[in-house]
Design a protein around this ligand. Structure first.
Ligand code: ADP
Ligand code: MG
Length: 383
C-alpha cells in the first residue's frame, strides 16, 4: 500500500500538523449487472485504486474539506444541516449529515481528499469518497460502527443527500472487499461469500471514454420495467426461467426481455461463483461473455463502443471472458486475461479500439484489494 506522495505535504500546507490517513477502494463488478435493485446477486471486487482522506481533529464542530483536483473548499458546522450544492462537496457533507442524523455525534475535522479512482467511469469513485470520508469522520470522533451499518449509511447519503438512486453494491464492496477475492453479494439478504480469484489471471478494465447522455434516463426506465414486472408476476428475485416462460404472455415487451436478463443473470452469478470455486476459469469467462450478450440484447444497456471493446477483447489470445461493467451506455468493460498475455492484450485492445472508434481508451490492470482501512504511516511506503 503506497501513500500518495502529495498527501502529507498538502495537508501540512492547508491545515498544518500530522493527519491520520484513511483509504477506501473503488470497485469493478465481475458479473451480476443490473440485478442489485431487484434484490439479486452481484459479484464485485474492490480494486487497487483508492480514495484517500487525510484527517486532522479540530476543537470545534466544523468540517473543512479540500479535494485535490476539485475546486473550492467545503466548510460547515455540524450543528446545522448542510445544503446540497450539486457538486463534489455533497458527498462529504452528505456523509457527515447522514452520520449525525443517525445519532453519531461527530467531532470537527479538517479533511484533505486525494482520489485515485477514475471519476465517472463506473468504478465507483462516489462510494470510495463516501466510505473513506465516513471512516475518517467516525475514527476522528472515536466512534465505531458495524461495517454493514456503515455501508448502509453511506448508501443513504448518496440516495438522500446527493440524490442518486444507487443500490448497496458499491458501498458494500468498498467496505468489505478482500484482497485476491471477489464477493458474491446477495442484495436482498445482504449476506456475502468471498470467492478466490485465480492467481494466473488479471482483471483488466478498459475505459471506452464515452458516456452517452441517455444513461440516467434509461437506468430509471429499466428500474420502472422491473417494478412493472414485479407488480404482475411478483419479485424478480424469486422468479425462475420456467415461470417466466409460462407467464410470458402476461408481460408486454420489452418488460419480458428485461425479466429474462435479470433471471438469467442471477443464475449466471451462482454458476460463475461455483466455477471459480472449482478453479474452472474458462467456464467463468464464458459466463462473463453470456452476461454481456444478455445486457446487449435483452436489457439493452450496451452501446457501440462497449460492444467493440468486448469483441476486440474476445478475439485476443489469453482472454477468458469480457463484458461491459457498470450501468452501461459507455464506461468500462472488464476482461479476465491470463497474466502472461496481459501486456499484449493492453497494447492490442488499445490500438484496435483507436482504429475502430478514433478514441484512445484508458486501460487499467487491477488486482482485487481489501476494503476500507485506516492506514498507518509505519506500515506504508510513500510514493
Ligand atoms: P462513479 O462513481 O462511477 O465514479 P459518479 O457520478 O457516481 O461516478 O460519482 C462521481 C462524482 O463523485 C464526481 O463527479 C465527484 O462529485 C465525486 N467524487 C468522486 N471522487 C472524488 C474526489 N476524489 N474528490 C471529490 N469528489 C469526488
Ligand atoms: Mg457512483
Amino acid at each position: 500500500m503506497q501513500i500518495p506522495a502529495t498527501l502529507l505535504p498538502a495537508f501540512a500546507e492547508s491545515f498544518g500538523g500530522r493527519p491520520r490517513l484513511f483509504r477506501a477502494p473503488g470497485r469493478v463488478n465481475l458479473i451480476g449487472e443490473h440485478t442489485d435493485y431487484t434484490g439479486g446477486l452481484v459479484m464485485p471486487a474492490a480494486i487497487d485504486f483508492s480514495t484517500w482522506v487525510a484527517a486532522g481533529r479540530r476543537e470545534d464542530r466544523t468540517i473543512r474539506a479540500i479535494s485535490e483536483g476539485f475546486p473550492g473548499t467545503l466548510e460547515f458546522s455540524l450543528d446545522r444541516t448542510p445544503k446540497c450544492q450539486g457538486n463534489w462537496t455533497d458527498y462529504v457533507a452528505g456523509v457527515a449529515a447522514t452520520l449525525e442524523a443517525a445519532g453519531h455525534r461527530l467531532r470537527g475535522a479538517n479533511l484533505l481528499i486525494h482520489g485515485e479512482v477514475p471519476v465517472g467511469s463506473g468504478l465507483s469513485s462516489s462510494a470510495a469518497i463516501e466510505v473513506a470520508t465516513a471512516l475518517a469522520l467516525l475514527k476522528n470522533s472515536d466512534l465505531f460502527l458495524e461495517p454493514l451499518q456503515f455501508a448502509l449509511l453511506c448508501q443513504r447519503a448518496e440516495n438522500d443527500f446527493v440524490g442518486m438512486r444507487c443500490g448497496i453494491m458499491d458501498q458494500f464492496i468498498s467496505c468489505f472487499g478482500r484482497q485476491d477475492h471477489a464477493l458474491m453479494l446477495d442484495c436482498r439478504s445482504l449476506t456475502h461469500r468471498a470467492v478466490r480469484l485465480p492467481a494466473e489471471a488479471s482483471l483488466v478494465i478498459c475505459n471506452t471514454m464515452v458516456r452517452h447522455e441517455l444513461a440516467s434516463t434509461e437506468y430509471n426506465r429499466r428500474r420502472e420495467d422491473c417494478e412493472a414486472a414485479a407488480r404482475i408476476i411478483g419479485p424478480l428475485r424469486d422468479l425462475t426461467l420456467e415461470t417466466l416462460e409460462r407467464r410470458a404472455a402476461d408481460l408486454p415487451e420489452p418488460v419480458r426481455k428485461r425479466c429474462r436478463h435479470v433471471v438469467t443473470e442471477n443464475v449466471r452469478v451462482l454458476q460463475a461463483a461455483a466455477s471459480l470455486e472449482e478453479s474452472d476459469i474458462k467456464a467463468f469467462g464464458r459466463y462473463m461473455d453470456e452476461s454481456h450478450r444478455s445486457l446487449r440484447d435483452d436489457y439493452e444497456v450496451s452501446c457501440r463502443e462497449l460492444d467493440i471493446m468486448t469483441e476486440l477483447a474476445g478475439r485476443l489470445p489469453g482472454v477468458y471472458g469480457s463484458r461491459m461493467t457498470g450501468g452501461g451506455f459507455g464506461g468500462c468493460t472488464i476482461s479476465l486475461v491470463e497474466s502472461g498475455h496481459v501486456e499484449d492484450f493492453v497494447n492490442q485492445v488499445a490500438s484496435g479500439y483507436a482504429i475502430e472508434t478514433g478514441l484512445t481508451p484508458k486501460v487499467y490492470v487491477c488486482r482485487a484489494q481489501d476494503g476500507a482501512r485506516e492506514v498507518s504511516l509505519l506500515e506504508c511506503a510513500v510514493t
